[in-house]
Design a protein around this ligand. Sequence first.
Ligand code: ZN
Length: 448
Amino acid sequence: MIEKERVDVNMLYKDELLEEEKVFKDPVHRYVHVRDRVIWDLIATKEFQRLRRIKQLGTTYLTFHGAEHSRFNHSLGVYEIVRRILANFKELPHWEESERLLSLCAALLHDLGHGPFSHSFEKIFNLDHEDFTQRIITGNTEINQVLERVEPGFSQKVADVIAKTYEDKLVVSLISSQIDADRMDYLQRDAYYTGVSYGHFDMERILRVMRPIEDQVVIKSSGMHAVEDYIMSRYQMYWQVYFHPVTRSAEVILTKILHRARYLYKKGYAFQLEPVHFISFFNEQVSLDDYLKLDESIVYYYFQTWQEEKDPILSDLCERFMNRRLFKYVEFNPNLQIQEWMTLHKLFQEAGIDPDYYLEVDSSSDLPYDFYRPGEEEERLPIHLLMPGQELKELSRNSDIVEAISGKKRTDHKLYFPHDLLQSCADENIRVQIEEILYGQGGHTYAE
Ligand code: ZN
């Protein structure tokens, strides 16, 4: 009898609605609507609130000063898009209404494991934000407590949807596919906050023509042009915003700071400010607790303070990052210019500028859209159009615009270095040799 009552209480929590709908004012979607008690409780957990202190675009604010928005904003946005899609799906065949809450939770929590400047931290300390997303959802956290109140094992289901292993692939495709709620939110949101004119497309139209068919979301063919716009805006955002060389310059410096701090720590250097929050990262033994404690406000505190450290490289790099004295860059292909790379390395050493910290090649590449290629490094589910006769047709077979960029991977290589340090190099002869390599081949620096 008691057991039965407990089950009933759980059922209630899952279906419980707030007395009144709550709304968050949002510059991209106007309003984010919350009616489910579970969603409201998830937002209130400390692990979700932490996302307010992680910027969505890392170092991009040093290029586009408006880009200070957080992962919190974006996560609410992805939730809102899925909520709107599912409001349209409600009565349609193929859609299982019992998957609604699961889809909303997965949308809200999909980026939960991002840390400060994820890209650089993951590279240096061998971390994976997706792994932390899983651990936060299934571990001993407030998030996990809320999810387990829905029903025992519910947290694992949410984790499976985000890891793309959940059995109902229709649910997975809402959150990760080539036209998912995640991308639709970040393209618009990042365009809004950076202030660029790319990134806009008619999302309302796309939402209206989305249809659930068996294990995927497809687009009614009448909405093809809206999808073309979305693909093009994604393509442009990558090259104009996400891979902007100035942003990458800041990221190179950030990476070098972490490198240097770890090196000094391992060497037993006496820090004026002991890097307490970083120690488990340096040792690559990061517990969930350590991970959740390190947000961007902590990182800035260290970088600000390390400007006063006696180690000249650490203090210089921190000073550059905090005050935006970034590295300059030139076009440079590391695959074709191996000899130049080695010569530069040697000349930097002779000039007394440590090439391990002041010379770096960064390469970025993107594949804007691709059809299904089984066995490729990243298998992508194609976007399918639902034709008037109900058959499905892969997007690039119907759209000339999309066909033109399908499967085309573009890569950009840049060499980063501190122009100001070269200018003050005492040995004129070395400086001229370095500049000849850097600028003598049609390359040139850009004013930021
Ligand atoms: Zn996301």
